[in-house]
Design a protein around this ligand. Structure first.
Ligand code: BGC
Length: 500
């Protein structure tokens, strides 16, 4: 079950954060508000009425954060740029030099320590001013996002060589515009997510081409996006309908974005077929899933240099037609999603730890997208507690997930290039506020100085990095040999145990 070995020499070990979740300084030095500022400031929206107003105060703690990154020994640090910190009103006529300075200090500090910055351009904190004109439902955002990205390439691209356009566009489209529990809280599960995803894909492609054309020749970096996915295990693997259902789940979740970008510029066939079919049943004049023109398909196809994904758990999927909200994204999929009650979980854990799902997922991606170079850009576990410095459950999680990733690399030939843990430190966990904790470092949110303390998992993770994987410890090797010639081998009994 346990496999020992190491990753290639240049494997990219990292940790991740995002701007809104750690920076704080929500209105410092001319930063504009984001949709998350607006949302968290309404009482009742977030668990415990927590906000990201101060968060980990990373806006004021560049040196502390750099010190801890160095101590971990990471090769890269994945963080995101706050669009409204750089363009307070979302547009490039409102450049905030203090925001630019902050990121320059961070990036320079990383480079000076030999840590590669891996920069996400959009991790959900849209400038409020752009939500006021319709957010991602307004296609002018394609142009505006491109102009923000262009500025970032121009300003930071001499030092940043790894860019990600969107973090989890699925969450933006579905959680923001489908179930609507994330801002902008649009509850339209049948239409809006498909339209928004369509815009996000075009925006991604646009930014990719800007980088490719204007910046790559001189800066020489790479660009992709981080897609979220859980492994889907068919409930009854011997039932072809469940296998199809699990595959449908993967296509609707990952393929929605990955199929256009990594395959042919278009949505997965199963999405086109089912959404089109159900739209017809509704007597709609056209499919709720928008259609790309041939030119758009050509423009979108191939717009990522490497495959990046975030994963936390696995799901059990079975085919069903009952209890689905009519004509919704869920209904279009005809599946029911659960978890297996035998999978490891503690009352405190956010998700079930299903490490073997990581290996299957990596293999699925390898097969489906023809063996692309892969980076795991988020993986980790949330524990519902205020303080978990002695976090054995997290060590178990990392040890087993990384080991399955190692098997995928060594035994299955998956082209895995990097692993980035979520998260560098405890941070603002969206609707859940400061509970659960995902960090390798504990942050004391009751203390105005927001002191950070390495958890045991940080020590463990740094050991994995130092070893470049999980090599067999020398003392634990199986010992082969013989006892002395006259060694006395026998068996034993006792009268009372063997006699009637
Ligand atoms: C997001 C992170 C979040 C993490 C844990 C990911 O989907 O990208 O921002 O903190 O999940 O919930």
């Amino acid at each position: 079950m346990y496999f020992y070995g190491t990753f290639p020499e240049d494997f990219m070990w990292g940790v991740s954060t995002s701007a809104y979740q750690i920076e704080g300084g929500w209105d410092a030095d001319g930063k504009g508000p984001s949709i998350w500022d607006t949302f968290t400031h309404v009482p009742g929206n977030i668990n415990n009425n927590d906000t990201g107003d101060i968060a980990c105060d990373s806006y004021n703690k560049v040196e502390e954060d750099l010190y801890l990154l160095r101590a971990l020994g990471v090769k890269n640090y994945r963080f995101s740029l706050s669009w409204p910190r750089i363009f307070p009103n979302g547009r490039n006529n409102s450049i905030n030099s203090h925001g630019v300075d902050y990121y320059n200090r961070l990036i320079n500090g990383l480079v000076a320590r030999n840590i590669t910055p891996m920069v996400t351009l959009y991790h959900w904190d849209l400038p409020q001013a752009l939500q006021d004109i319709g957010g991602w439902e307004n296609s002018t955002l394609i142009e505006l996002f491109d102009s923000f990205a262009d500025f970032c390439f121009q300003t930071f691209g001499d030092r940043v060589k790894f860019w990600l356009t969107f973090n989890e566009p699925h969450v933006v489209a579905w959680v923001g515009y489908g179930i609507g529990i994330f801002p902008p809280n649009v509850n339209d599960p049948g239409d809006a997510p498909y339209r928004v995803a369509h815009t996000l894909l075009k925006a991604h492609a646009r930014v990719y081409h800007t980088y490719d054309r204007k910046y790559r020749p001189s800066q020489g970096g790479i660009i992709s996006l981080s897609l979220n996915v859980d492994w889907a295990e068919p409930k009854t693997p011997s039932d072809p309908r469940d296998i199809e259902a699990a595959d449908r789940y993967m296509q609707f979740l990952l393929g929605w974005f990955a199929h256009p970008i990594f395959k042919n510029g278009d949505y997965p066939d199963v999405m086109k077929w089912t959404v089109g079919n159900r739209s017809e049943l509704q007597n709609l004049p056209s499919s709720r899933l928008p259609v790309f023109t041939a030119e758009e398909r050509e423009y979108i196809r191939g717009t990522a240099d490497v495959f990046c994904f975030n994963t936390y758990t696995s799901k059990i999927v079975t085919h069903t037609t009952t209890r689905l909200r009519p004509f919704s994204y869920e209904y279009d999929q005809e599946i029911s999603v659960t978890v297996d009650s035998s999978w490891p979980s503690s009352a405190l854990a956010e998700h079930r730890a299903v490490a073997w799902g990581m290996r299957r997922l990596l293999n699925w991606i390898k097969e489906e997208y023809e063996n692309p170079p892969i980076y795991i850009t988020e993986n980790g576990v949330g524990i519902k507690t205020k303080s978990d410095v002695d976090d054995n459950a997290r060590i178990f999680y990392y040890k087993t997930y990384i080991d399955e990733a190692l098997k995928a690399y060594k035994l299955d030939g998956v082209n895995l290039r990097g692993y980035v843990a979520w998260s560098f430190m405890d941070d603002f966990e969206w609707l859940s506020g400061y509970d659960p904790r995902f960090g390798l470092h504990q942050v004391d949110f009751d203390n105005p100085n927001r002191p950070r303390t390495p958890k045991r998992s940080a020590v463990y993770y740094s050991e994995i990095i130092r070893n470049n994987g999980i090599p067999l410890p020398r003392d634990d090797g199986f010992l082969y040999g013989e006892f002395p010639k006259n060694f006395f081998w026998s068996v034993a009994t006792a009268a009372y145990q063997v006699r009637n």
